[in-house]
Design a protein around this ligand. Structure first.
Ligand SMILES: [Fe+2]
Length: 258
């Protein structure tokens, strides 16, 4: 398969952009209509673009006809309430697939590690076209919360932790990384998540906002990491045993969200 990818992702697989002045904007996300959607962690979702403009969040490949995560249709009732969020998703000029605001309740590091997953957003993506990546724009101010990325699901040495103050902007190859958010709370965290197609438009946008990998992780006590690794493996073993007892096969979660 040979997709069009962005050189900005070649080395590290993600970029942090210049921070956005979130405080200058109205809190549009508080007025949106949210729907329940099974995801990693305790979440609700407000769709801004969906497969057919309906108020739902399902993968485009679960619709008829099935297609990849491109050409999202704006959900009128929500974009009417969030013109700035829509404009931000459209700013690069890249194709927009699913576009949603996530509301995530507080969790802990061990719970986030357990929820690590890879996205499946390039399912049915035609060979030779642009690779789909995702942007995460933090709307609420959560400087102590982090977006966790791991090349290897079980290896904390591969972990990147990106702090999420209001206005933080990260673009991630979410099919490459295992990812989840550790949200310390106490209030819910809100983030605008958009599927974008790689290509010259996205490259120019990343360049304009000085996309780069972050030099260092915020510190985290080794004992917390060790404990989370232990809990993650125990919970995964318990889940596998439960499913085996039911005669079902265990598999890694696919395409829930961060
Ligand atoms: Fe995800």
């Amino acid at each position: 398969m040979s997709y069009i990818t962005s050189p900005a992702f070649e080395k590290k697989g993600y970029v942090v952009l210049d921070a956005y002045d979130q405080a200058a904007d109205p809190q549009e996300w508080l007025n949106l209509q949210y729907v329940d959607w099974k995801s990693s962690g305790d979440t609700r979702w407000a769709p801004l673009a969906s497969a057919f403009g309906e108020m739902e969040c399902n993968g485009f490949w679960n619709h008829t006809p099935p297609r990849t995560d491109k050409d999202g249709v704006w959900v009128q009732a929500n974009v009417d309430k969030a013109p700035i969020l829509k404009a931000r998703a459209e700013e690069p000029g890249a194709n927009v697939g699913r576009c949603r605001v996530i509301e995530l309740q507080p969790n802990d590091y061990a719970g986030a590690i357990y929820n690590l997953h890879q996205d499946d957003n390039n399912r049915l993506n035609p060979d030779g076209t642009g690779w789909i990546v995702r942007s995460f724009f933090n709307l609420s101010d959560d400087p102590d919360s982090v977006l966790i990325l791991r090349e290897d699901r079980f290896d904390p040495e591969t972990e990147v932790r990106i702090p999420l103050p209001a206005g933080s902007q990260v673009v991630v190859d979410t099919q490459r990384f295992w990812h989840a958010v550790w949200h310390t709370g106490p209030l819910p965290r809100y983030s605008l998540i958009s599927s974008w197609t790689s290509g010259p438009e996205l490259d120019a946008y990343i360049q304009k906002y000085h996309g780069a990998s972050q030099p260092n992780n915020p510190p985290l006590d080794q004992a917390i990491i060790d404990d989370a690794q232990f809990q993650m493996k125990r919970r995964l073993a318990e889940r596998a045993a439960t499913l085996a007892a039911q005669g079902k096969k265990d598999h890694a979660p696919k395409d829930p969200e961060a």
